[in-house]
Design a protein around this ligand. Structure first.
Ligand SMILES: [Zn+2]
Ligand SMILES: [Zn+2]
Length: 252
């Protein structure tokens, strides 16, 4: 079993080590049909991509796609910034992209200072966000509201370094048409978590989250879980030959 396209890869535009071309060459060598370039959203310190660069990135992606006759999607991995589910991407900027991924990253900086004390953004504020039922509810709410209130195509690595309830997250994604990522890079969710998500009716997607070209398309961990649980292309969209229709309309 393998994926037919990888929808989560990083390049030098954020902190990946390869160029768009390097990642595409790697994807093609594995026989993939398509690859998404999804660098970090702008509130990722130092490495986040400002939307003002989207036009330049689009030219780069389109030139590589044309040269290699290969489908390359331009996306972003936006940051979830508060329990209200805010993200660092406006609808106007999102319109320039083929796919919008979003996830929670410890190092992102929120829009308001008070939010440092609501989600565990870094080592200091983690002290204020101790693992508790209340904190778990806030973490979960952040994901649920993000996918409910924003047109997010893929929710990345839910639960990575963050205590969440996967059932309501899966239900919100199923209702909204957002795919939930099984991350081979962060090895999350775990087997039980994938089972919970699949039971909600949410569609799942297996991605590499490669930060170097050699990792593009490499999804052993996630595919192993898919196999163990006997999930098929009706649940895991990119192991199927059927067209993959993302929430915002992009079809692969
Ligand atoms: Zn991420
Ligand atoms: Zn990523």
């Amino acid at each position: 079993m393998n994926i037919r396209a990888d929808f989560h890869s990083h390049t030098k535009y954020s902190h990946g080590t390869g160029t768009v071309e390097d990642n595409v060459v790697a994807a093609m060598s594995l026989g993939l049909e398509a690859l998404a370039i999804t660098d970090h959203g702008e509130r990722h310190p130092l490495i986040g991509v400002k939307p003002s660069r989207f036009d330049e990135m689009r030219r780069d992606v389109d030139a590589v796609a044309k040269e290699y006759r290969f489908r390359v999607l331009l996306g972003i991995e936006a940051n979830i910034l508060s329990p209200r589910g805010e993200i660092d991407l406006s609808p106007e900027d999102a319109a320039k992209l083929d796919v919008v991924l979003a996830g929670f990253h410890l190092t992102a900086y929120p829009l308001r200072f008070k939010d440092y004390f609501k989600l565990p953004f870094n080592g200091v504020t983690r002290c204020f966000c101790r693992n508790s039922a209340r904190q778990r509810a806030l973490n979960t709410e952040a994901f649920v509201r993000a996918v409910t209130e924003h047109e997010i195509d893929v929710l990345t690595h839910p639960g990575f370094r963050l205590d969440v309830e996967l059932k309501p997250i899966g239900e919100a994604c199923a209702a909204a048409g957002t795919f939930v990522e099984l991350s081979s890079r962060h090895k999350t969710p775990d087997l039980k978590g994938v089972e919970i998500l699949a039971a909600t009716g949410a569609k799942l997607i297996v991605n590499s989250d490669a930060h170097k070209p050699a990792r593009v398309g490499k999804c052993e961990y996630a595919l192993d879980m898919v196999q163990k649980l006997g999930l098929d292309g009706d649940t895991v969209v990119n192991i199927s030959d059927k067209p993959i229709v993302f929430r915002r309309g992009t079809t692969v």
